[in-house]
Design a protein around this ligand. Structure first.
Ligand SMILES: [Zn+2]
Length: 139
């Protein structure tokens, strides 16, 4: 079964140490994720691809107990849906909104160290395994 990323240009893949692909403004230095064509701070269009740190600290989170609205959500629904965590991870230059591998809010704490992983998300019509990024607690 082939593994295909949920979207192109979001994280480096295939990779043993995947990194999120953000952008950095050449004029003012602000880093964004996802990558943007123009700077949200100074409106410069001099945005260069910028790989983010693989580790960060959990900043805020919640749990998704039911399937999000579709579209844009195209993951498992109905009986196949499994609750998942969603949070912001501060990777130093930017806070990244991401899925968390931990869905039990009791096991998450502010400031805990998190690492980027790539996890199965769903299967597509061609039988490929679609993978997405998530953060998991560093053991
Ligand atoms: Zn800028």
């Amino acid at each position: 079964m082939a593994q295909v990323p949920v979207a192109e240009g979001v994280f480096t893949w295939p990779s043993d140490a995947p990194q999120l692909i953000g952008s950095r403004c050449s004029a003012c230095g602000i880093v964004t994720f996802p990558a943007q064509d123009s700077c949200p701070r100074c409106a410069s269009t001099e945005m260069a691809e910028h790989l983010l740190a693989r580790r960060g600290r959990l900043w805020a989170w919640t749990t998704q107990e039911f399937p999000p609205p579709s579209p844009p959500y195209d993951g498992p629904s109905g009986a196949d849906f499994v609750p998942f965590g969603v949070g912001y991870v501060d990777v130093g230059e930017v806070k990244v909104e991401a899925r968390l591998t931990e869905s039990d809010a009791e096991r998450l704490e502010h400031g805990m160290e998190m690492e980027l992983v790539v996890v199965p998300f769903r299967s597509d019509a061609d039988g490929n395994e679609v993978v997405t990024f998530a953060f998991q607690a560093v053991q």
